[in-house]
Design a protein around this ligand. Structure first.
Ligand code: T3D
Length: 263
């Protein structure tokens, strides 16, 4: 039996997704894209899931597109990379971004090309101290995709985004944390435990409220202050109708820990 390229394990509200093509540093071929799409759909439709945790198997997190899947021999017709982006990468990034729950990424090793930008598209990104981030696209004549040209300048500012994208140098996990590109750099042997600890925390939190926090922050990227406070009004109205809001206030008044159900 062939090994699955994407492993999905759902347990106690936590959906753990492991990229599993370690020999090619978990780079994406079509089969892996299809398995990732199916995993994201399962997570979206499973109402027991309250947090997703994404990581990689082996010494890398993800090296982006599997370059051995591209025929660039002399005389071969140029591949339509726009088709690949439109069919696979963009829907994957959009699906991750739109998940109505926190998405944690545990970057266990090198994150290159689309792999780097997938990590940056997650909500809370932890990275092992030995991991690094590489906007490798410029080294093969491409441009950063998977949302990188949007995410990077917003995360680190234009000067650093240009440096990373135009030079394609490795950025250490430590510097990525210092630059505000990721949430936290942790010791290698603590990464999976720390990520799971966070996942367990989120699995007990007011999931609908957290999903609305994501929506509000995403919306803020292109809104004026005046527009954004209207988004806040609308989402707060919805948040105020959740069972978890009721439980949060009741628990506070009764001086006890809340028991959120994600509803
Ligand atoms: O095509 C489209 O659909 C458009 C969309 C594009 C999205 C993209 O992601 S484009 C960018 C593609 N990715 C890259 O350009 C990164 C290529 N990889 C590297 O630059 C380096 O491998 C790393 C910096 C990631 C890691 O370097 P290092 O020295 O730690 O490892 P290595 O020795 O280079 O790689 C280890 C193995 O993984 C090696 O195989 P081998 O020799 O042991 O059999 C290497 O060939 C393989 N590997 C690494 N990256 C890829 C890959 N195989 C296929 N595709 C890869 N992207």
């Amino acid at each position: 039996m062939t090994e699955q390229s994407v492993l999905l394990d759902i347990d106690q509200g936590i959906a753990k997704v492991t990229l599993n093509r370690p020999k090619s540093l978990n780079s994406f071929n079509v089969e892996m894209h299809e398995q990732m799409r199916a995993a994201l759909k399962t997570i979206r439709n499973d109402h027991t899931v309250r947090v997703m945790l994404l990581t990689g198997n082996g010494r890398g997190f993800c090296a982006g597109q599997d370059l051995s899947d591209r025929n660039v021999k002399p005389g071969a017709e140029a591949p339509d990379l726009g088709f690949s982006i439109e069919t696979y990468y963009n829907p994957m990034l959009q699906a991750i971004r739109d998940l109505p729950m926190p998405v944690i990424c545990a970057v266990n090793g090198v994150a290159a090309g689309a792999g780097a930008n997938i990590a940056l598209a997650c909500d809370i990104t932890l990275a092992a101290r030995s991991a690094n981030f590489v906007q490798a696209f410029c080294k093969i004549g491409l441009i950063p995709d998977s949302g990188g040209t949007w995410t990077l300048p917003r995360a680190v500012g234009m000067a650093r985004a240009k440096g990373l994208a135009l030079l394609g140098d490795k950025l250490s996990a430590e510097k990525a944390e210092q630059w505000g590109m990721i949430w936290q750099c942790v010791e290698d042997d603590a990464l999976q435990d720390e990520a799971m600890k966070l996942a367990r925390h989120f699995a007990t939190q007011p999931t609908k409220g957290l999903a609305m926090i994501k929506r509000a922050l995403h919306a803020s990227a292109d809104n004026s202050f005046e527009e954004q406070v209207l988004v806040e009004r609308d989402l707060q109205r919805l948040a105020g109708r959740t069972d978890d809001y009721r439980e949060g206030v009741t628990a506070f008044m009764e001086k006890r820990a809340p028991e959120f159900k994600g509803k």
